[in-house]
Design a protein around this ligand. Structure first.
Ligand SMILES: *Cc1c(COP(=O)(O)O)cnc(C)c1O
Length: 464
């Protein structure tokens, strides 16, 4: 199923949604010491447009498409081995994003962003990374387009995944364990909590602080923002074409959800295709039971990081300082999820389920033994849901077509697999009390009203 070529366009779902997505809202945290700063207007206009939702289709720039052609289209495979093992009448397909040079879907947006920033005259990108997949992808993309790259890696992953650090350095990037002594926020957290595992919101806050020290430096974000979700739709656009060549169409599309980009990437184009064909397609976002923002969080205005200088986002969240257990699926350790995915969930357009690490690694082992591919623990969340769907369908006498996104390979996650095989996975549960405590620290919601159309600061700042 490789005969298709790389799509020429990304898809922006906002054009097809029956409601407006609440815009990011500028307001500073009452405890914040920094001056009001909004990093979003610093987005190059091109990236802003990729996420603005004015156009349904956005042409992929030539240099980005050429870069994609190195490994895209990624294979769409039928999981015959898994189907047989489950003895369920489901037809299971998966899109393998683990075949990218850096090993995951993250490279799709990293290349698009590096190209846009370079065109805007930026010479240095900073970022935060959880599992290290995003940092690796950005380092490679920066190398390709001639930019410097600094990656703040959560201390948790920095120690769990030393080879990610090596890879980033091999690609020419600089890696710093977060919280670090390089930034004010890093030093503050180090002094409050010397053994901090770090977290995505801390790593991003550090990257933002560093980016603010120089004109030609910008903070790049690996997931969650609208433009990132748009870039990832190259995955689903390909899958739409590839599914056509099988003459099959998914009844269910499944993907893991961190901040939401790999889910959006595979699911959004099928949302459109289902509408065109007047069919039903269920879109299932799978989260970690240790970071259950959709299934147990609240739809509220919250900070996307701990810098207190970025705008509030209306999203499903566990609270910006929720301490996510140090699970092996570092890419899912984010307290919230994107505004787009959150709004779709609130409107009932997508479903969500959560699985524990033990269940997830079981599913990953089954997949390795039936399909031969070792996947990232993040991706295995999707397999867990696929297995559940297939078994339920069998019980109910249905024969669904299920498609999932295998977001990355797990060849640098063998430490995690070793812990699983050695029965050393820690049981981690999140109590209602912890969630309630964290949600009690959400910013005051009554202040977070949406700016009206005329006073749309975001757009204004781009016009000036
Ligand atoms: C980052 C990552 C995820 C989570 O991705 P989001 O796009 O933020 O939802 C899933 N799988 C892999 C392999 C990742 O690297």
């Amino acid at each position: 199923m490789r005969e298709t070529t790389v799509p020429t366009h990304w898809y922006s779902i906002s054009a097809d949604l029956p409601f407006k997505i609440p815009r990011h809202h500028r307001r500073n945290h009452p405890h914040g010491t920094s001056e009001p700063v909004d990093i979003r207007p610093q987005l190059p206009l091109s990236l802003y447009r990729h996420g603005a939702g004015d156009d349904r289709f956005i042409e992929i720039p030539t240099d980005v498409r050429q870069a994609y052609e190195q490994w895209r289209p990624t294979p769409l495979m039928r999981a015959f081995g898994l189907e047989k093992a489950l003895d369920a009448p489901a037809r299971i397909y998966y899109k393998n994003e683990g075949t990218s040079p850096t090993g995951s879907h993250k490279l799709n947006t990293a290349l698009a962003q590096a190209s846009s920033y370079r065109d805007a005259g930026i010479t240095h990108l900073t970022t935060g990374t959880g599992a290290g997949q995003w940092g690796t992808a950005l380092a490679m993309a920066c190398q390709r387009f001639g930019l410097q790259c600094t990656v703040f890696m959560t201390a948790c992953s920095y120690h769990q995944k030393p080879y990610r650090k090596t890879l980033i350095e091999l690609y020419g990037g600089r890696v710093v364990s977060s919280p670090s002594g390089l930034t004010e926020i890093g030093r503050r957290i180090q002094s409050q909590e010397p053994d901090s595992d770090g977290g995505m919101s801390i790593a991003n806050a550090e990257a933002i602080e560093l980016a603010r020290t120089s004109e030609a430096t910008r903070f790049a974000v690996g997931s969650g923002e609208n433009h990132v979700l748009t870039h990832q739709t190259v995955v689903g656009e390909e899958a739409v074409l590839q599914m056509k060549s099988t003459a099959d169409f998914p009844d269910v599309v499944v993907a893991a959800v961190g901040a939401g980009s790999n889910f959006a990437g595979i699911a959004f184009p099928f949302y459109r295709q289902a509408r065109i064909a007047a069919r039903q397609v269920r879109l299932i976002a799978v989260e970690s039971a240790s970071c259950p923002k959709l299934t147990r969080g609240r739809y509220a205005w919250d900070f996307s990081d701990l810098s207190y200088v970025t705008p509030l986002v209306k999203m499903y969240t566990l609270g910006h300082d929720f301490k996510v257990p140090a699970i092996y699926s570092g890419g899912l350790r984010y307290h919230g999820t994107s505004a787009l995915i959150s709004a779709m969930y609130e409107h009932g357009l997508i479903e969500a389920v959560a699985y524990s690490e033990e269940e997830v690694f079981e599913a990953a082992r089954l997949f390795t033994r039936t399909e031969g591919i070792v996947m990232a623990p993040e991706s295995a969340h999707a397999v867990c849901a696929v297995v559940g769907e297939a078994q339920r369908a069998k019980d109910e006498g249905r024969e669904p077509c299920i498609l999932f996104n295998l977001s990355g390979h797990g060849l640098l996650d063998l430490g995690a697999y070793e812990a699983f095989l050695g029965d050393r996975l820690e049981k981690r549960t999140v109590s209602d009390q912890e969630i309630m405590k964290s949600l009690a620290r959400l910013p005051a919601q009554e202040d977070a009203t949406e700016p009206s159309e005329e006073r749309d600061l975001e757009t204004d700042s781009h016009r000036s």
